[in-house]
Design a protein around this ligand. Structure first.
Ligand code: FES
Length: 197
């Protein structure tokens, strides 16, 4: 997995508060938990904070969430730094999370890694100079049936080859829109997976 570290102090914001809109969302999230068990809302609240803060979690936001849930800050830091879906430093507009666990590796994830580095000119843990793409390596994304898999922001792109991955990257770069789901029709389709475009 790509090495993860907190953003340097000079780019850590000093202040974080949830937007008014997200305060309403938080009320709805907390209402799902029994009284005295709201600490369990840590994951959804960190996720909400990250989405509000351009896709990454500054330290002040992690502390803010810990205070809000009345849990020790260290617990929130442990969770935020453990799960790869939480980004601890700024990322590109498109976050490419390439799975390289064994099933995807056997199906060609090395080709995809090479394609990303050659086409985008970046290595794992880096962002393109235009700020458009960041590349990280992750463990199993839970879509092994259609490996190799890459998650880009919230969407899965599956059963990719080097050429179909380039098509996806090209489409994202030029139009901001690319077909997610399995790249070949002989694999499990979006509709079979209950997804809609
Ligand atoms: S091994 Fe890649 S999605 Fe499971």
């Amino acid at each position: 997995m790509t090495h993860r570290q907190f953003a340097p102090a000079e780019i850590q914001p000093r202040k974080f508060v949830f937007s008014r809109e997200n305060e309403t969302t938080i009320k709805n999230i907390l209402a799902k938990y029994p009284e005295g068990r709201t600490a369990s809302a840590l994951l959804p609240l960190l996720n909400l904070a990250q989405r509000q803060h351009n896709g990454w979690l500054p330290e002040v936001a992690i502390r803010y969430v810990a205070d809000l849930l009345n849990i020790p800050e260290i617990k929130a830091f442990e969770v935020a730094s453990f799960y790869s879906m939480f980004n601890l430093s700024p990322r590109g507009f498109y976050l490419l999370q390439l799975c390289r666990t064994t099933p995807c590796w056997l199906k060609g994830s090395d080709d995809l890694a090479r394609t990303c580095t050659e086409y985008l000119g970046i290595d794992f843990g880096e962002t393109t100079s235009d700020g458009l793409f960041s590349l990280v390596e992750v463990e199993c994304l839970g879509a092994c049936i259609n490996g190799p898999v890459i998650q880009i922001n919230d969407d899965f792109y599956e059963n990719l080859s080097a050429s179909s991955l380039v098509e996806v990257l090209r489409a994202l770069k030029s139009t901001g829109d690319a077909n997610f789901g399995p790249a070949h029709k002989d694999r499990v389709s979006n509709s079979e997976l209950g997804r809609s475009k």
